[in-house]
Design a protein around this ligand. Structure first.
Ligand SMILES: Cc1cc2nc3c(=O)[nH]c(=O)nc-3n(C[C@H](O)[C@H](O)[C@H](O)COP(=O)(O)O)c2cc1C
Length: 339
């Protein structure tokens, strides 16, 4: 088996002009490259996401009873190997060059994530075939994946929700912040903001728990709750939708305090290790998404790359739990980190 650094070397030069398959995916080399994996405007929101996790320290405590470390995670009626999902990428060719299309990317990612005992989200795009193929791949994997629909006009959302429902997925997501993406603005179908009532209709049509992705404050989390969503993802779309946002680590606790007792709270943006996953859980998240780092794994080594990165994150999470006095996820508490 190749190591993650070896796979990154294989990916370098294979990923179009914008992604450099960096040793640490910290948003610097691709900065404001969009199309590409960068961020919007001056491009520092992705960097800020990464930096914010690095400012958080973990508190060591080895004076606890011995016991096996258990990273298993239950959500939406299923059990997973760890509280990690692979984040969605839509329009793969546009951002990472011609080597892979969305269908090929998801055909590698979805079964590989399933094999590792977790789930991957799939993305959406102006090109209708992206969602059509993504939902076929999830269905073929027995519903092991989460389709993410963009906030298009009502008719398009209805069509895409029907595709999403046909997958057998345990949940369906919507990236409500997608209207800010420079490359989908003023295109057809149009994407844009929606009212709480409009969102409530989409949530009601899902038939499975609904996840609202792109929540960056207590106020918006409460609106998602009012619309009937089961979960929120604290996310600024990796800095791709609005320049000068706060980092996700900075607003996570605010969202957890507002809705954490009644909704599942996930977070993404710059999480790059099992130690970072531990920090997010200590700040109150139920689970995390990691997105960009999986792209070079897939370009460099396909299924093996996905499996290796998940294995690495799981080992790092287990090690941090061991060293901070947690045996299972519910043992991880706020006092185990220092902000
Ligand atoms: C090239 C690219 C495409 C993306 N496409 C989608 C998408 O279709 N739907 C979505 O909800 N998020 C999309 N995202 C956002 C990610 O899922 C995630 O929220 C963001 O990248 C932050 O996580 P990260 O720092 O781990 O990459 C995309 C991100 C990138 C870099």
């Amino acid at each position: 088996m190749k190591t993650v650094p070896e796979i990154l070397k294989l990916a370098a030069g294979e990923m179009g002009d914008q992604c450099k398959a960096c040793p640490v995916c910290d948003g610097k080399a691709c900065r404001n490259r969009m199309p590409g994996p960068g961020a919007k405007g001056i491009g520092d929101v992705a960097i800020r996401n990464y930096d914010a996790w690095q400012k958080i320290r973990v508190n060591m405590d080895t004076l606890v009873a011995k016991g096996a470390i258990d990273t298993t995670f239950r959500v939406f009626g299923r059990e997973y190997a760890m509280p990690l999902f692979v984040g969605p990428i839509g329009a793969v060719t546009l951002h990472y060059g011609k080597k892979l299309g969305d269908a090929e990317y998801n055909d590698i990612l979805i079964p590989a994530a399933k094999k590792a005992g977790i789930l991957a989200f799939t993305g959406d795009g102006v090109d209708a075939t992206i969602m059509q193929r993504a939902t076929k791949t999830i269905a073929a994997a027995g519903g092991c994946g989460i389709p993410t629909v963009k906030p298009w006009d009502t008719a398009t959302v209805r069509e895409k929700m029907a595709l999403a429902r046909s997958t057998g997925a345990p949940a369906i997501a919507m990236d409500i912040d997608a209207a800010g993406l420079p490359f989908i603005q003023n295109l057809d179908p149009p994407a844009g903001p929606m009212s709480v009532d409009e969102l409530a209709e989409v949530v009601a049509s899902a038939g499975v728990p609904f996840i609202v992705k792109g929540v960056m404050s207590a106020k918006v989390a409460r609106k998602a709750k009012q619309a009937g969503a089961a979960a929120v993802i604290v996310s600024n779309h990796g800095g791709r939708v609005l320049d000068q946002c706060p980092a996700t680590a900075e607003v996570l606790e605010e969202v957890v305090d507002a809705v954490g007792d009644s909704m599942t709270v996930f977070v993404d943006g710059g999480i790059r290790s099992g130690v970072d996953i531990f920090k997010a859980l200590a700040l109150g998240a139920d689970g995390v998404l990691v997105c960009r780092p999986f792209a070079p794994m897939i370009y460099g080594a396909g299924e093996e790359g996905v499996l290796q990165l998940i294995t690495k994150y799981r080992a790092e999470l287990a090690d941090t739990m061991l060293m901070c006095g947690a045996r299972k996820l519910s043992d991880i508490t706020r006092d185990m980190v220092r902000v």
